[in-house]
Write a protein that binds this ligand. Sequence first.
Ligand code: ZN
Length: 298
Amino acid sequence: MINMRLINVLIFYSVFVLGGYNAYSQSIILNLPPTVILSENHISLEDDETMLFDSLMNLSSLGIVDASLIPAAHLYNYVWDNRLVNPYQRRVIDMPDTMVIDFSQFCAPNRNLVTSDFGFRRGWQFHYGIDTRLKIGDSICSSFDGMVRIVQRGRAYGNYIVIRHFNGLETVYAHLSKHLVKVNQIVRAGEIIGLGGNTGRSTGPHLHYEIRYLGQPISPRDLIDFESHTAIFRIVDLNAEHFAYAKELEEVRYYTVRRGDTLSVISRRLGVSVDRLCQMNNIRRNSVLRIGQRLRYT
Ligand SMILES: [Zn+2]
């Protein structure tokens, strides 16, 4: 009796649950361990209308998704999220060991001039990628073999793509005019994944390109020669030094300008010289301050 019930459950499961799977995607093989484990917050339906509730999320919540196709699945604790750029909550700033990354496949996403570098911008805003100029419609290529993790539209990034690579890195391509790949799709190094554009928070057609490890951005300048658009090293020894900037960022503090504030008032209140405030915020002694403006003071 119990066996019959079990068989009925299995039939129901294979016909309705697995059968329904085909409607979503062909890229995930079923019924093979280990499973992808997503914590609760990764499958919550939030207010984001762009959220993609894809096959992997559905299937992983049922415990029937094969993780062996997902690049660097173990390194990323089997988290595979199709919505958040950094869902990992991992602190790599103090990584004790060196991680050896195979960079030999590297293909430049495009081969144009750098217009904005990784690092602080306008004194206080941090730029987590590198920008290259382009014409709308220019081809954008995947840097390495990998699997597409995110394809969506964001307020700041515009149309963007995130790819997880087999070498353990992830790359982000933003402000695109068009996506040419689907979520969970396997891509090759150099494959065209989208077209350059001017979507999102962008003041002219460009590509915003990021390289991340466990969710934390790395300066692409440390790894890529943007004159020749080639990799500096075939093998990269990734270590805590690559994330030293993040340590500095943790110490940064901001002051929000209030009514009646002047640089000298703020200087006295915070105990930081006017010259230092000007230098850190890239402003002049006689610059007009706006109420609500953020000033960096450490
Ligand atoms: Zn950018």
